[in-house]
Design a protein around this ligand. Structure first.
Ligand SMILES: [Zn+2]
Ligand SMILES: [Zn+2]
Length: 267
């Protein structure tokens, strides 16, 4: 079976991915409904009840929308930081001010490595306007997988955690020109462009050209804006930056989609 990565959904209408080893399967974010998560898993030939944990990057609804129902239906452990949990609990309080409980809640802290089955998980802080947002580096069976979406820029501390990855899933949110000339109100444009907003195609290309070690077999562009980006524009920007280091075995660019699950990448 080996190690695989699937992106079930990616973008501002919901994020969800799966990281699997031969014996452990982790759902990364629960931003689409439980029904849709199961439907997409089945479409990829995966058993919807086969994962052992759900990891949450941050409390924005495109990352947690399906969390409560998924937690109830699967009864697996939910991992998030304490501050993310508090922010999540505030956002899902009912009229009486009561918070639903997550039966199997596990807390982790950014920078502290932990283990889920045979997958080692390293959470690291990312610059984004949430309570305690994180990206993840996973290690299992000699393979390293890096995830970083929802970040306003690429700090050295994040590129450090993305070294020596075999698969990288990185945000390529918007084309700067499309965002500037696009339909969003100015305040939203400013938020997206800010240091705690989202990573542009141009900023990601700069990372590829300057800070990236070039070692990944696959680079997945994720969290693309539907209004302010186009898959071929994002791909073009990434491929131009990666071109000097693209070979048959290195730096193959793939695009995660909001609507269609990405075929599992097997390593
Ligand atoms: Zn976010
Ligand atoms: Zn998001």
């Amino acid at each position: 079976m080996g190690v695989s990565v699937s992106v079930l959904a990616s973008g501002s209408r919901g994020n969800c991915a799966i990281v699997s080893s031969s014996s452990t399967r982790i759902l990364l974010d629960a931003g689409i409904s439980c029904r849709e998560t199961f439907k997409r898993m089945k479409a990829l030939g995966e058993d919807p009840h086969s994962f052992s944990a759900i990891l949450v990057t941050h409390e924005h609804s495109d990352h947690i929308y399906g969390l409560q129902v998924l937690a109830r239906k699967t009864n697996v452990a939910i991992f998030m930081t304490g501050a993310t949990h508090q922010a999540w609990a505030r956002s899902v309080r009912d009229e009486k001010g009561e918070c639903p409980t997550l039966k199997k809640l596990e807390m982790f802290a950014s920078g502290n490595v932990f283990q889920i089955g045979d997958i080692e998980v390293m959470p690291f802080t990312i610059p984004h306007d949430a309570a305690d947002p994180v990206g993840f580096a996973f290690r299992t069976e000699g393979v390293k997988i890096g995830f970083a979406t929802d970040l306003g820029y690429m700090p050295a501390s994040v590129s450090y955690h993305l070294r020596h990855c075999d698969v990288l899933v990185l945000e390529s949110n918007h084309d700067l020109e499309m965002l500037r000339g696009g339909p969003y109100p100015w305040s939203v444009k400013q938020r997206v462009m800010s240091r705690v907003g989202h990573l542009s195609n141009e900023a990601l290309a700069q990372f590829f050209a300057k800070d990236y070690d070039g070692e990944a077999a696959y680079v997945v562009l994720a969290h693309l804006s539907e209004q302010n980006n186009h898959p071929e524009i994002a791909r073009g920007a990434a491929e131009r930056a990666l071109a000097p280091r693209q070979t048959l075995l290195r730096n193959r660019v793939m695009l995660a989609s909001q609507t269609v699950p990405l075929d599992p990448i097997r390593i």
